[in-house]
Design a protein around this ligand. Structure first.
Ligand code: ZN
Length: 96
């Protein structure tokens, strides 16, 4: 079985389009914070690119690529609890 058989290209394009809309609709830009490297805790990073309003940086120490500055966890929780965003696949929730 090939990938396009289980993930048709038209469905993948629609998923990417809806995800982009959700990212812009559900997350604020004014409350994001720079975070340290998720792999080695290094504070020094280099900007790499931006996608759908989210910046991505690379750790200057271990070269891990990750999303930063990052919205607060409360925005992710609101996003998951918000029925106005698009859902393709199972829903997840953060355990407290
Ligand atoms: Zn690192």
């Amino acid at each position: 079985m090939r990938e396009h058989e289980i993930r048709p290209e038209a469905l993948l394009k629609k998923y990417i389009e809806l995800s982009s809309q959700d990212a812009q609709k559900c997350f604020q830009n004014n409350s994001r914070q720079l975070i340290q490297c998720i792999a080695c805790d290094n504070l020094k990073t280099s900007f790499q690119f931006e996608k759908d309003g989210f910046g991505y940086v690379q750790c200057n120490n271990c070269k891990t690529l990750f999303q930063s500055p990052r919205p607060p966890i409360s925005e992710f929780e609101a996003f998951i609890g918000n029925q106005n965003h698009h859902v393709i696949g199972p829903k997840f929730s953060f355990q407290q």
